[in-house]
Design a protein around this ligand. Structure first.
Ligand code: ADP
Ligand code: MG
Length: 337
């Protein structure tokens, strides 16, 4: 059975064109087109489908925010600044109240990031929202998945697993609660924040831009840290070691068992944080870039030479140095098990 990524590689990734206007084609968070000798345009498309990416009856204002935020997150991963976007909408019916809420959430985020709606398409059909976003970056400064080098540090922004926790509760999945007093109920401010992570994620644009001259590679975490980092490893031709005990857990995970916290931080999607690499002499500057961008950054591992046997190229290690293989995966739309 082909995976989502096998399909893309087999059918939709033709050889790189011999066209100097196309700086970077498919396979990264954005493609890059040359605008002038000094600047490039970053372009990315993301689609949200009812019942797949969001539940039927989802709050339309949050949905408007989210469908643009996930696209802006791909610009952040390339260190590009938002310019404009198009909106393709498939609607089952004309519902003015829903449309007003959706438009409000969408346009508020667009205004916040100076990203103008410049067109789109509207049709009747199952509720589906597809946005293409356009950003700008000085020539040669975009961060790619392919730039990680052995001995680089691996960093993540913000915290992980919060969105996955909220998804678990919306799906009525069993929660692995700790018996410790105060833990299981969770702190309500932390839970509210986790809900926002799932429904109204914050694209890390300021951090991406601040990393332009500091990071060697970057990706945004949409499908889970492990799976997304593996894309970086593949494109860079390297391996990596993650110290799972160094991962920044969302505070709402405090009441969960150690193993559930780990699973959700490693494979939970929808956090829209950045995972990036940088040489170790940049540590102080990266911490300062995080502070200036209003988001914490945490060092969680390092890049290795590509292992002889190639797989697994990602090693997971705990604070005591013990390695383990997870029995779970990041998100793939076509995975059947
Ligand atoms: P992201 O999670 O950053 O949005 P995806 O995992 O959706 O990225 O896609 C991985 C790469 O594959 C991207 O470079 C994307 O442009 C490309 N891609 C995905 N679907 C298609 C498609 N149908 N045709 C061509 N390229 C595609
Ligand atoms: Mg991405």
């Amino acid at each position: 059975m082909l995976s989502e990524f096998d399909v893309i590689h087999r059918y939709f990734m033709p050889p790189a064109p011999d066209d100097s206007r196309i700086v970077l084609g498919g396979g990264d968070d954005c493609a890059l087109l040359r605008l002038s000798s000094s600047s490039e345009m970053a372009i990315s498309t993301d689609m949200l489908v009812e019942g797949r990416h969001f539940f039927a009856g989802a709050n339309p204002e949050w949905l408007g925010h989210k469908c643009l935020a996930v696209n802006l997150s791909d610009l952040a991963a390339m260190a590009a600044k938002p310019v404009a976007f198009t909106l393709a909408l498939s609607l089952p019916e004309i519902a003015p109240k829903w449309l007003a809420g959706f438009s409000k959430g969408l346009l508020a985020l667009a205004a916040e990031y100076g990203c103008s709606l410049i067109g789109g398409d509207t049709t009747k059909g199952p509720l589906t929202i597809c946005i293409t976003v356009f950003g700008e970056c000085p020539a040669g400064k975009a961060l790619r998945r392919s730039g990680a080098l052995p001995r680089d540090d691996i960093w993540v922004s913000g915290s992980l697993g919060g969105a996955r926790l909220v998804l678990a509760s919306l799906r009525n999945e069993p929660l692995d609660e700790l018996p410790a007093p105060g833990g299981a109920a969770g702190d309500s401010a932390a839970l509210l924040d986790a809900e926002q992570r799932l429904h109204r994620p914050t694209p890390r644009i300021a951090l991406g831009v601040a990393l332009r001259n500091l990071a060697t590679s970057a990706i945004d975490i949409s499908d889970g840290l492990m799976g997304d980092l593996e894309h970086v490893l593949q494109r860079s031709g390297v391996g990596a070691t993650i110290d799972v005990d160094a991962l920044p857990a969302h505070p709402a995970l405090a009441g969960r068992s150690h193993s559930q916290r780990r699973d959700w931080m490693l494979t939970g999607g929808d956090d829209y944080e950045l995972c990036f690499t940088a040489t170790s002499n940049k540590r102080d500057e990266i911490i300062a870039a995080g502070l200036a961008s209003g988001v914490a950054v945490t060092r969680v591992g390092h890049i290795d030479d590509l292992p002889e046997d190639r797989f697994p190229s990602l090693r997971l290690q705990d604070a005591a140095g013990a390695t383990f293989s997870p029995s779970f995966h990041s998100f793939d739309h076509f995975r059947t098990e």
